[in-house]
Design a protein around this ligand. Structure first.
Ligand code: AMP
Length: 543
């Protein structure tokens, strides 16, 4: 028997409507290149989203078109999120840190129609434009005073496009299964893969993010996403914050700068901030060296890579800030688990080991660990296996892929290896996917190995991630020389220059007599990681 409740669709348009109706005066504060201290209200933001939706229609954008963005966290990017998704277009956020070849691949694969780009990415796009066949034109995210000279074809100025457009838009009644956003991940082997989020998934995920034992946002919070808006929709913060009417603080291009973050947080009285460990190291270093603190800051959320205890300890002891450890992935919108505040009554040692875990599944996410035969393993905190998930905000199929991304029995294999204890706490112990995460961004071991194998005198090559104080992980290259070859490790590393992004180049190279192999003849990364457990970087690498 069907239920008898309204069939309202779960769409992001409802977030916008709700925020406009209830929190018109709440603020969005941003740093941008052309306007270092921009401040306006939700009401103005959504009026401008309406203007942008009109402008997109005039540009000929049709429902389902992918609109690409190469932009930092600021108010114009926020307007794009809503103008595109709520008018039936797909907001395709692109990571500008990727190597040009990858950006070209992603834009072509997504068949983006228009690219909205920050002025600093104009030279990057000028070099690629000839190859971007599906792109009809470019919109530079700035005003007419700051428009750069450019050879880009069909180029528009964002503020000129918006000017004179009506501030109301007749938002379409979208079905909740309509695609809202697209984000490519390099966190698996092969070419980057697109995860196509639906409105329904985004909205349910937003509820998950807001739960009391998750981000627990409230209207009096001031929220700073230091995670980029091109990385899984900045962990859904631009959707969650307007639901509760909190202040949204957007750091613009200098989000890795401790001083910028400190000033912004102090000025805007930020209460909660979220980002990968590397940004917190930069912030803590700045605060330590300048004997400063951020009085308003109550808690930070750390995810994307394992959070070291030193970060939690320094935040708490020097600044009275609680650190929540979280785990997720692009394919999960990204929320998977969240480590709630541990009660004060829990003994210190126990609290520490609990907090170093990645936390408990948010309601909406189901998790299991399995052995190599796909059999479920016990949730005893000891047994470890491949971590699989399912739920309404988990990817079922990659964009334009013929095959499902799920196991035969309907689970998504995360490529992570983990334990789960009896209370549901997840502990990530390893990774089966052959990738390295440096400062929150992926590096493909396989691509580095493939290039190393093209060098004279190299018989076999392997790249593994080694823990790094600043970047969480950095790539280490191991090379087996051909018999009689006289290889120079410095020359091997130098050969990577111009072949891969600079920050992908391994920080060290070791010549070895042989590499460990599995029974099927593949290099055993697990054994290699074990063999190199005591390896230490020659000097603090900086990229
Ligand atoms: P991404 O899709 O780029 O967000 O990366 C997701 C992957 O990052 C996960 O599958 C993990 O391998 C890794 N990851 C994310 N959060 C954590 C964490 N808290 N601890 C350890 N690894 C993490």
């Amino acid at each position: 028997m069907p239920g008898m409740m309204m069939q309202s669709q779960l769409t992001l348009t409802e977030v916008m409507r709700h925020a406009q109706a209830n929190f018109a005066d709440s603020e969005i504060v941003s740093i941008t290149a052309d306007n270092p201290q921009h401040r306006y209200t939700y009401s103005e933001a959504f009026e401008r989203s309406a203007q942008l939706a009109h402008a997109l229609q005039k540009l000929g954008a049709a429902p389902g078109d992918r609109i690409g963005t190469l932009a930092w966290n600021d108010y114009r990017h926020f307007e794009l999120y809503y103008a595109t998704s709520c008018s039936g277009l797909v907001c395709h956020t692109i990571n500008p840190r990727l190597f040009p070849e990858q950006i070209t691949y992603i834009v072509e694969h997504a068949e983006d129609r228009w690219l909205f780009i920050d002025p600093m990415f104009v030279p990057l796009l000028e070099a690629l434009a000839d190859r971007l066949g599906t792109v009809r034109g470019y919109v530079i995210l700035t005003d007419s005073d700051h428009m750069p000279d450019t050879s880009l074809p069909d180029v528009h100025c964002y503020e000129e496009l918006l000017a004179l457009q009506p501030t109301r838009f007749d938002w379409p009644q979208l079905d909740e299964s309509t695609a809202a956003a697209l984000c490519y991940t390099s966190g698996t082997t092969g070419n980057p893969k697109g995860v196509l989020y639906s409105h329904r998934a985004m909205l349910l995920h937003t509820y998950g993010v807001l739960l009391p034992d998750v981000f627990a946002l409230q209207s009096h919070d001031a929220v700073l996403p230091v995670v980029p808006m091109f990385h899984v929709n900045a962990w859904a913060i631009p959707y969650a914050v307007p639901v509760v009417g909190a202040k949204l603080v957007l750091p613009g291009p200098r989000m890795g700068c401790g001083e910028t973050l400190t000033r912004l947080m102090q000025r805007e009285k930020v209460t909660i901030a979220a980002g990968v460990p590397t940004v917190w190291l930069a912030l803590l270093k700045y605060l330590r060296e300048n004997d400063d603190t951020i009085a308003s800051l109550d808690r930070v959320v750390v995810g994307g890579s394992a959070c070291p205890w030193s970060i939690m300890e320094e935040f708490e002891q020097r600044h009275g800030v609680y650190t929540h450890h979280a785990w997720g992935m692009t394919e999960m919108s990204p929320l998977g688990t969240f480590n709630p505040r541990v009660a004060g009554s829990v003994p210190a040692g126990e609290a520490r080991s609990l907090r170093l875990k990645q936390g408990r599944a948010a309601f909406g996410v189901e998790m299991r660990i399995v052995d190599e035969q796909g059999q479920s393993l016990p949730r005893d905190g000891v047994a470890y296996g491949a971590l699989q998930v399912r739920g309404p905000w988990v990817c079922e199929r990659y964009y334009r892929a013929d095959e499902s991304a799920l196991t035969a029995d309907g689970w998504f294999d995360t490529g992570d290896v983990a334990t789960i204890d009896a209370r549901g706490y997840l502990g990530i112990t390893d990774r089966t996917k052959d990738v390295i995460k440096s400062g929150g961004e992926w590096i493909s071991s396989i691509e580095l190995e493939n290039f190393a194998m093209t060098l004279d005198g190299v018989s076999e090559a392997a790249v593994i991630g080694i823990a790094h104080e600043k970047w969480a992980e950095r790539p280490l290259l191991l090379v087996v020389p051909k018999p009689g070859a006289d290889l120079d490790t410095g020359a091997i590393l130098a050969a990577f220059g111009g072949q891969v992004a600079k920050w992908w180049i391994p920080d060290d190279c070791i010549l070895v007599g042989e590499l460990p192999h599995t029974a099927t003849g593949k290099i055993s990364k697990r054994d290699l990681r074990e063999q190199l457990a005591d390896y230490r970087w020659p000097a603090e690498a900086d990229v």
